[in-house]
Design a protein around this ligand. Structure first.
Ligand code: SAJ
Length: 409
């Protein structure tokens, strides 16, 4: 393939995608406005950890991938910039996307495709992106086509999923969809569904809302089972023996930049229609507060008065990743500042820099300074170091400890 690809945004999605394409021999340039990030990547150092990413990076470097903070001339642009949601209106914040597309249309030649990979609320491309492209096409007499190829990869297993997951590609014309499909097929072994842009936008958001609703169901069962005096994990285990039941795992809340964000797009755009979706968001967002209540109850029950004696294990939004975006632990701490004194201890093996007060970087040191351990994330590390916890008082929000007498959600 001779296409020149310019990947815009070298974050959790853009970087692995750029590396994957380059490793397959495509001519790839990765662009990011963060000069520090670009310098680091040029300097042969990855910007985040992910299984297999280092090997892929080396392969891509060997094949001549380039990193820059400038937009390039290319045949295909893949835009993977952040698309957060507005906290009050719940609508998508398309500013990064708009700015990226504006820069692309300024620099691009005739006959190019802009593929939006960022997750967007359905209709975003028509509302914010298409007008920019249409205007540029008229003004500069260029043909610029649009496509949407939402990503589906899960942190912790990104590369595996980039290769094997099925994908969706939305475009206005079949010819464009096929061209984009051809590029992604260089590494994607999954099946690729071709559709229109709006359906592709909606499918991504709906998939993540589906997962959020299913997690909310498990979290609601936690509260019901607590009131009923039933072990929720035993209940779910039994219910899941039914051939058509598959209840997910309760936890201290839903974090990450996808599942806890994307459903809001539907709530923001379809208030009054997105009812289950809104209820699920509320249930999942209530979990850090619920954990806080459990912490207080257990402290009272065991005569622990000082919050300084409590330690939270895990800062990341889920196990075995170094990503803290929308992390339930951070939400819990934010709630805590309002209710309780400062001083709670924190440890996470994946977070090497100091990002919060009273953070430990050594597990033994952390344990030495607490009387009550709250497991917020089930990293493999804690599963391997159970012996060191001994008979310490524990609230295990992830159900990773088998020991008798451990408190659970
Ligand atoms: N969680 C639970 N119980 C569960 C499963 C997850 O409490 O049974 C929590 C996790 O601890 C975490 C949050 O939910 O805090 C989200 O974790 P996740 O593993 O469901 O999802 P992400 O955010 O790591 O990645 C998701 C993936 N989506 C699905 O699995 C449906 C991925 O496929 C998407 O591509 C990605 O979001 C994305 O970028 O949208």
């Amino acid at each position: 393939m001779t296409e020149r690809i310019n990947v815009i945004g070298l974050g959790y999605i853009g970087l692995p995608t750029a590396l994957m394409l380059a490793s397959k021999g495509l001519q790839v340039t990765g662009t990011d406005l963060d000069a520090k990030k670009v310098a680091q990547l040029k300097n042969r150092t990855l910007t985040f950890e992910e299984t297999g990413l280092e090997g892929l990076y080396q392969e891509a470097l060997k094949n001549g991938i380039r990193f820059t903070d400038e937009y390039q001339k290319a045949d295909v642009y893949i835009v993977a910039v952040p698309t957060p949601f507005h906290k009050a209106s719940k609508k998508v914040v398309a500013d990064y996307l708009i700015s990226a597309v504006e820069k692309v249309v300024q620099v691009c030649d005739d006959n190019v495709i802009i593929v939006i990979e960022s997750t967007v609320s359905p209709g975003t491309i028509d509302t914010f992106v298409r007008p920019i492209v249409d205007k540029a096409c008229v003004k500069h007499r260029k043909r610029i086509c649009l496509a949407h190829a939402p990503e589906r990869i899960i942190p912790g297993s990104m590369l595996q999923e980039l290769i094997y997951n099925n994908r969706t590609i939305g475009a206005d014309e079949e010819e464009v969809a096929k061209k984009v499909c051809h590029i992604y097929s260089s590494f994607c072994k999954g099946e690729i569904d071709l559709t229109d842009i709006r359906t592709a936008e909606m499918s991504k958001v709906v998939e993540n809302a589906y997962r959020d609703i299913n997690i909310a169901y498990a979290n609601e069962l936690v509260k019901i089972c607590r009131a009923a005096g039933i072990n929720v994990y035993e209940l779910i285990r039994i219910a899941n023996r039914h051939p058509r039941v598959n209840i997910l795992t309760p936890g201290p809340g839903v974090g990450g930049h996808c599942i806890s964000v994307d459903p809001w797009f539907l709530v923001g755009d379809y208030p009054g229609l997105a009812n289950i979706i809104l209820a699920a968001r509320k249930i999942n967002d209530s979990m850090p507060e619920y954990v806080l209540e459990r912490i207080r109850e257990i402290m009272d029950e065991n005569g622990i008065e000082a919050i300084e004696k409590v330690g939270l294990y895990g800062l990341t939004y889920k196990e075995n990743v170094d990503d803290i975006r929308e992390s339930p632990t951070l939400q819990l701490i934010a709630n805590m500042r309002r209710h309780l004194a400062r001083g709670i201890k924190i440890y996470d093996p994946y977070i090497k820099e100091d990002i919060i007060e009273n953070q430990y970087h050594d597990f033994k040191e952390f344990l030495k300074n607490i009387d009550f351990l709250v497991i917020m994330v089930g990293h493999d590390e804690i599963k391997e170091r159970m012996d060191e916890i001994g008979d310490l008082l524990v609230l295990d929000t992830r159900n990773v400890m088998e020991r008798e007498g451990v408190y659970r959600l």
